[in-house]
Design a protein around this ligand. Sequence first.
Ligand SMILES: NC(=O)c1ccc[n+]([C@@H]2O[C@H](COP(=O)([O-])OP(=O)(O)OC[C@H]3O[C@@H](n4cnc5c(N)ncnc54)[C@H](O)[C@@H]3O)[C@@H](O)[C@H]2O)c1
Length: 251
Amino acid sequence: MIDYGLGGKVALVTGAGGGIGRAAALVFARSGAAVMVSDVNEAGCAETVGMIEAAGGKAAFQRCDVSQADQVKALVAATVSMLGGLDCAFNNAGINRVTDDQYDDEIWARDIGVNLTGVMMCMREESKVMLERGGGAIVNTASINGLVGNGAQPAYTAAKHGVVGLSRHGALRWAKAGIRVNAVCPGVIETPMTAPLTQNAEFRQVLDAMTPMGRMGAASEIAEAVVWLCSPAASFVTGHAMVVDGGATAT
Ligand SMILES: NC(=O)c1ccc[n+]([C@@H]2O[C@H](COP(=O)([O-])OP(=O)(O)OC[C@H]3O[C@@H](n4cnc5c(N)ncnc54)[C@H](O)[C@@H]3O)[C@@H](O)[C@H]2O)c1
């Protein structure tokens, strides 16, 4: 188990009520950071906080719907007031809905609102605190659908491409101010998001076969990359879209 050297630091994780966000919150805490655990899933967050505290770490909780500007502002303010600052932010909350009509206006507005605008609003508020502190590190969750096309889901694909672009923008905007901004691009990962698909044994085999390594990834395999990107070990890494996909986009 690697300690990424974040003792004394404060990390904020959205979408931390389960899946990749929870896994990252646990690695941040294992590496010494105090963690603000946030999600719309309050029960999931309570479990994440309990897991961090049981392992001897420090965590706080604030509910936040990342598509709501006032809630994002309150989340960042609560992080500073409850944990003393903000050094690392993992903007990870997301939705991925499988529906027949992906060109539906409501689907488009909601998917872009959570998956892209939510990330922008988090970056906007987090950067204000980090600029005052003289630096920080932000990682945004994109997807391999942020790098290659997905014929089934226009809003998700557009949002995740947007997250990659937004991350590169932030990297350039704040490079001299000491704020690094990167994106992580997971492949097919076993989380509550993909659970409805993996429950069908036949479809599970299809999902496993989609990845050259022959299996889905684990949330912890994304979490290790995210916390490394936020750590001093990645001090010259910014504007990068890190693929963690078992080779899915290598072809
Ligand atoms: N699982 C995969 O295969 C995969 C692949 C590529 C990218 N991703 C991305 O990884 C991120 C995490 O997904 P996951 O796989 O851990 O799934 P997940 O469903 O377990 O986690 C997503 C979390 O975001 C929360 N959330 C949803 N809408 C929210 C909102 N408006 N405000 C705050 N929180 C909200 C959910 O409650 C949930 O806990 C997402 O951005 C997803 O798009 C996942």
